[in-house]
Design a protein around this ligand. Structure first.
Ligand SMILES: NC(=O)c1ccc[n+]([C@@H]2O[C@H](COP(=O)([O-])OP(=O)(O)OC[C@H]3O[C@@H](n4cnc5c(N)ncnc54)[C@H](O)[C@@H]3O)[C@@H](O)[C@H]2O)c1
Length: 345
């Protein structure tokens, strides 16, 4: 495509966050407003997200919350009119995809097509699309350094996770196609598992964090599935929000990059870390995986390389897990009316 790559300053800009009543969306809305955006519109059908997650935005006259569905193009056309940038987050992740693949595929594929059509029709300057490390798949074969050219692995992985990962691959390709056909600038961000304040129960890997905390607060021993040597790579939600902002600000387009945290951990290390930060000395118990639950495994130790994001959009993760987890625990305890008894990071 023969044009200058669009850079959109956040200050003074108008942004639509689709699926914004979410973990990533609510934190990004806060950041864009802090950075001086002129307008931030959050559109959500509240299928998974909650009004409470974005209720605080009502205090800011520059923010607007719109009830809308990505399956309804007229609603997207109305919401994206006059927008400089659109961040597309609405999706079903592997657990929701496993529960209802029909709806999940509609949202993750037709929803993306509708967003692209609304952006094209309203001459939106750039789309940022939330993809996932699920595009590398799960199960045996996923090991070592995962870079943007790593292929998709599906053999031996749970169907919900494979269908989710495949739907994100299609979403990415639809963005490329809109760039090729219509010159719509886009940046794809492949987040690894996001955690932080406003944590939910919808991401299979983040359950290791939130369920550990729940058990500790009930006085029960935290659980580790298997021997706990499995690798996970997490991303603090504030770092995800910064990546979204950088994707708009940077003169980048037609690119897909990994957005992961500083370093991977094993599930045993993670459970021990959450336990310590929550101020507990409970000893984890090792259990077998629960039948019927989506469980995301890999073939060995892996690391999701985020160096391409530094080159493309000038982003690198800043928040170590100790610090991000301590923030999550403080938020959770405050929401539950508990004294934040955990140690600071
Ligand atoms: N959370 C993670 O660990 C993670 C990891 C990798 C990628 N991602 C991707 O990042 C994005 C945001 O993740 P999150 O954790 O903030 O998700 P989330 O579940 O909190 O948010 C998704 C939002 O989309 C909304 N939504 C669903 N269907 C919709 C529809 N038909 N119309 C309008 N809105 C609809 C939901 O109500 C929800 O608020 C998703 O696209 C997800 O696939 C998340």
């Amino acid at each position: 495509m023969d044009h200058d790559k669009t850079a959109i300053p956040i200050e003074g800009g108008r942004f639509l966050i689709v699926g914004g009543a979410s973990l990533v969306g609510s934190t990004t809305a806060d950041l864009l407003l802090r950075k001086g955006a002129r307008e931030v519109v959050v559109l959500d059908n509240f299928a998974f997200g909650a009004e409470s997650v974005v209720a605080h935005l009502r205090q800011d006259p520059r923010a607007r919350i719109v009830r809308g569905d990505v399956m309804r193009l007229p609603q997207l056309l109305a919401a994206s009119e006059g927008m400089d940038g659109v961040l597309h987050l609405a999706a079903a992740m592997s657990i929701s995809m496993d529960a209802d693949p029909w709806t999940g595929l509609d949202v993750n594929i037709r929803g993306v097509q509708n967003i692209l059509e609304a952006c094209r029709a309203n001459r939106v300057r750039k789309l940022v699309f939330a993809s996932s490390n699920a595009v590398y798949g799960y199960g045996p074969g996923v090991a070592g350094d995962l870079v943007e050219s790593t292929p998709f692995h599906s053999v031996g992985a749970p169907t919900g996770a494979v269908i989710y990962g495949a739907s994100k691959i299609i979403g990415e390709q639809l963005c490329r196609d809109a760039y090729r056909r219509h010159g719509l600038d886009y940046v794809v961000l492949r987040y690894s598992t996001v955690y932080g304040e406003r944590q939910h129960y919808r991401a299979a890997n983040a359950l290791y964090i939130i369920e550990t905390l729940d058990r500790i607060r009930r006085g029960e021993r935290p659980r580790v599935i298997g021997d706990g040597s499995e690798t996970k790579h997490f991303l603090y939600v504030g770092d995800a929000a910064r990546a979204n902002a950088r994707a708009f600000e940077a003169a980048a387009s037609d690119v897909a990059v990994n957005i992961s945290g500083p370093a991977p951990v094993t599930t045993l290390e993670l459970v021990r870390l959450v336990t310590r930060l929550a101020g507990s000395d409970l000893v984890p118990e090792h259990v077998e995986p629960q039948a019927g639950r989506v469980r995301l495994t890999s073939g060995g130790a892996f690391r999701i390389d985020h160096s391409a994001a530094l080159r493309a959009i000038g982003w690198a993760p800043e928040t170590p897990m100790e610090e991000g987890l301590a923030r999550l625990i403080r938020w959770r305890d405050a929401a539950a009316g508990l004294d934040a008894g955990g140690a600071d990071a």
